[in-house]
Design a protein around this ligand. Structure first.
Ligand SMILES: [Fe+2]
Ligand SMILES: [Fe+2]
Length: 365
């Protein structure tokens, strides 16, 4: 299996993971002849899909939780929030069950380097983002040996961290292109709106509400809404801020394309010790694949290949299945282990190849 830009879809590829839009199945797994869906996918804001083809046969892309769990959590979150906006009652039971099932899976998943890359249409972004951010946050927390009740608070807080966006005008929320300063200030209100919304639900722990309120704070005081710093931000908030930014950067948005995993990790590492807690950034990045399985890479000898397996001790040197020579000709694929071929390195990752440099993002909302 591999992840390809929809511009690179070829007739011999078949969909490896189903594509959904607003809970509805758009492209089932196994569908061939996918090129004719390109414009549909693009209209939904989907730029990448997982495919199976001869070149990527046998390559597995590990996820921290099962696809079924992820899809059902997203659906439960969406239904719960839509129901809440009509009835003003938040059915927390279904959300609690979904948090519990994710915690159980994460605690039982072997410690491997994962790449999530869930595919989200623009309309579903907030739900997909909330579930992925929860998974990332719980991955960090499992390294801290949190008790299950503490993981449950973190999970629920992360799942609801952007609930305030529901009160932001759709036109501004999904605006293509850069926000004006005024619009940006308005969107920032989502953390306060989130807190106020969650205060209406008496059964929620205060810490869940505080995650919604403070997830954009940074330990050097550069965040919002209050510009809190240092010890004013507890560990749960610090975890969510890292998970939130990483997921936002690695997902397509209406105003920019997603960043490759290695760039998003560099972003966190560069800011660790300033905006982000360095210990937590370390615990997080050690669990992520720098060059995820299934991604296309260019090697220093100009050959192209697909990452096929990770080398845990050397994340920058995975196994690569070489598929193209330096002149761009397809070749009979063969596998190399970059931990053994020390004179070859990865020079570019997929997204850089398909569209050159990623755009610089505004601070993630
Ligand atoms: Fe946010
Ligand atoms: Fe967020």
């Amino acid at each position: 299996m591999r992840l390809v830009s929809i511009d690179m879809l070829k007739p011999d590829m078949k969909i490896a993971r189903a594509v959904y839009n607003q809970g509805a199945l758009v492209l089932p797994a196994g569908r061939t002849d996918v090129a004719r869906y390109i414009s549909n996918l693009r209209n939904m804001g989907i730029e990448y899909v997982y495919v199976e083809d001869n070149k990527s046969e046998g390559i597995e892309i590990p996820d921290a939780i099962a696809e079924k769990t992820r899809t059902s959590c997203k659906q439960i979150l969406q239904n719960t929030i839509e129901q809440f906006s009509i009835s003003d009652k938040l059915e927390t039971k279904a959300l609690e069950d979904c948090v519990t099932s994710v915690i159980t899976e994460i605690l039982n998943t072997p410690d491997i380097q994962v790449s999530l890359n869930d595919i989200a249409s623009a309309d579903e972004y907030t739900y997909t983002h909330s579930v992925s951010t929860m998974v990332y946050a719980l991955m960090i927390a499992r390294k801290l040996n949190y008790s299950e009740p503490k993981l449950a608070v973190l999970g629920m807080g992360t799942l609801l961290h952007d609930i305030g966006k529901m009160l932001i005008d759709r036109e501004v929320m999904f605006k293509e292109g850069e926000l004006t300063q005024k619009e940006y200030e308005y969107v920032k209100m989502h953390s306060l709106y989130g807190y106020q919304t969650l205060r209406r639900i008496a059964s929620l722990p205060e810490q869940v509400r505080l995650i919604a309120y403070m997830h954009h704070e940074r330990i050097d005081g550069s965040g919002y809404p209050q510009g809190l710093s240092g010890d004013e931000l507890n560990q749960l908030i610090r975890i969510v801020s890292i998970a939130d930014v990483y997921d936002a950067l690695t997902t397509d948005r209406c105003y920019r394309k997603k960043w490759p995993a290695n760039k998003a990790m560099d972003f966190l590492v560069e800011r660790s010790g300033k905006e982000f807690d360095p210990v937590l950034v370390g615990l997080f990045t050690q669990q992520l694949a720098v060059y995820p399985n299934g991604s296309l890479v260019r090697l220093s000898n100009q050959y192209m290949g697909i990452v096929s397996k990770q080398n845990k001790s050397m994340p920058l040197r995975p196994f690569v299945r070489v598929i193209q020579d330096a002149k761009g000709n397809d070749i009979v694929p063969y596998e190399i282990d970059l931990m053994k071929e020390l004179c070859v390195t990865i020079t570019e990752s997929e997204l850089e190849i398909s569209r050159n440099k990623p755009a610089i993002s505004p601070d993630e909302l």
